[in-house]
Design a protein around this ligand. Structure first.
Ligand SMILES: Cc1ncc(COP(=O)(O)O)c(C=O)c1O
Length: 423
């Protein structure tokens, strides 16, 4: 239920002309549930913004945060400084990564994308190939809203009005041939890296077509282009593994992560960097320095939250749940594909899915996505609007009994948005 007042909080990605009087104020959370300021309970079918992987209100993480705060809230990781939680997190994540690696920590996904993009270019420059600057990415990909992330994002509206962007090239997300042609056209000797979300999230939930990721990894290996996996959504159990990419048995050059690393209890992101990419900077004293890093790199309390979250994912078997429940979540939505109001239901790889509204529905009612989301909310389920689709990505603690709530919320949502189209 929205509360009418004139807010002073500028919401990201929001129509502030509308939202200024219509905020949904979430006050409390417990596992898969959240409560608004009117005391109304909702099933959080989106895990907030794709991140509440272990669910809300976990006392174990709150206790770890409180304990760390009482010892040392934070200290710089610049130069030779470190804190015990940062060092432990580096070991824990590198031990779980699919390749021998080192860890760079930042404050979120956009930070981490910019870190990977800068390091890719810096690496080639160090290797005497400074002309390798182009960053290749896929249509519908989303890589956050920092400079490089905006430039390589595959949702054109997110670049509008920002002027010239760093050099990048976009390819169709589902065509390896397009990637190969783009490599040939630009010349691999000018390409620094390819950025790829294994399952595209915010751009509409697109699992990779069969063989795409394996083919891309081979192409990158042949041409020397760095492969950067964006696991910001895919990681920490969403696809049933630590970094999402393991199920394709690919060893990337870098893995960007954020969100589920702390399940959102505190902000944290980072890049797992292969030994090969780290090597030029980790040789003899006096060697090159990567002059990059935000103030809160290695923030002790954020790292303590991550360690507690990782322990929960492991101890409660939640890591595997993203894969165990992927079919059940998909099955809860697939019946809508034949409803008349829907053109496609996407999902089945990990615990995320999207229902794409039919073009004629959107033509007749341009607000159909918003109406679906509003009616689902009225039914007590929070779902997420994406361009022409509505997405879900519940906490990993959710199971089939919760997916039934999603089904009935979509029934009500489509009834409100496209009554005439329903069969
Ligand atoms: C795949 C992906 N990469 C990067 C980002 C950016 O992360 P942040 O919003 O923490 O900057 C996001 C955010 O949604 C994302 O989904």
């Amino acid at each position: 239920m929205s509360v009418a007042r004139d807010t002073r909080l500028w919401h990201p990605f929001a129509d502030m002309g509308l939202v200024r009087h219509e905020e949904l104020v979430i006050e409390r959370g417990e596992d898969v549930w959240v409560w608004d300021s009117q005391g109304r309970r909702y099933f959080d079918a989106t895990a907030s913004l794709w991140y509440a992987n272990v669910g809300h209100g976990r006392p174990e993480i709150a206790a770890a945060i409180a304990e760390q705060l009482s010892k040392l809230e934070a200290y710089s990781a610049f130069g030779d400084f470190a804190s015990p939680p940062a060092l432990e997190l580096a070991d824990v994540l590198c031990d779980r990564a699919p390749m021998p690696s080192r860890l760079f920590l930042v404050s979120g996904g956009g930070d981490a994308i910019d870190t990977a993009a800068k390091l890719a270019r810096r690496y080639w420059s160090e290797l005497g190939q400074p002309e390798r600057t182009v960053l290749v990415s896929r249509s519908a990909g989303y890589h956050g809203t920092h400079g490089f992330g905006t430039a390589i994002g595959g949702i054109p509206a997110n670049r509008e009005g920002f002027g010239p962007m760093p050099e990048s090239a976009q390819v169709a997300h589902d065509s390896l041939a397009d990637m190969q042609e783009t490599f040939a056209r630009i010349g691999p000797e000018r390409i620094a890296a390819v950025f790829v979300e294994p399952v595209i999230g915010a751009g509409g939930v697109y699992p990779p077509v069969d063989g795409y990721l394996e083919g891309l990894a081979e192409l990158c290996a042949q041409s020397g282009v760095l492969l950067v996996v964006d696991a910001v959504i895919n990681g920490f159990g969403r696809l049933g593994s630590w970094f999402g990419i393991e199920r394709w048995e690919i060893e990337p050059d870098m893995i960007v992560f954020a969100k589920g690393v702390t399940s959102g209890y505190l902000p944290l992101g980072g890049v797992v960097i292969s030994e090969q990419v780290a090597e030029p900077f980790w040789g003899e004293p006096g060697g090159p320095v990567f002059r990059h890093g935000p103030t809160y790199s290695g923030h002790a309390t954020c790292c303590a939250a991550a360690l507690a979250n990782i322990e929960l994912l492991e101890r409660e078997g939640l890591l595997a749940r993203g894969r165990e429940n992927e079919r059940a979540l998909f099955d809860a939505l697939t019946p809508f594909a034949s409803s008349g109001a829907v053109s496609e239901v996407r999902g089945g790889v990990g615990m995320l899915a999207a229902v794409e509204l039919a073009p004629d529905v959107l033509e007749r009612e341009p607000r159909a996505v918003a109406l679906t989301v509003a009616a689902a909310r009225e039914a007590g389920v929070l779902v997420r609007p994406l361009a022409g689709a509505v997405a879900v990505s519940p906490p990993l603690t959710a199971g089939p009994e919760h997916f039934a709530l999603i089904t009935s919320a979509f029934e009500q949502g489509l009834q409100a948005a496209a009554p005439a189209a329903l069969r």
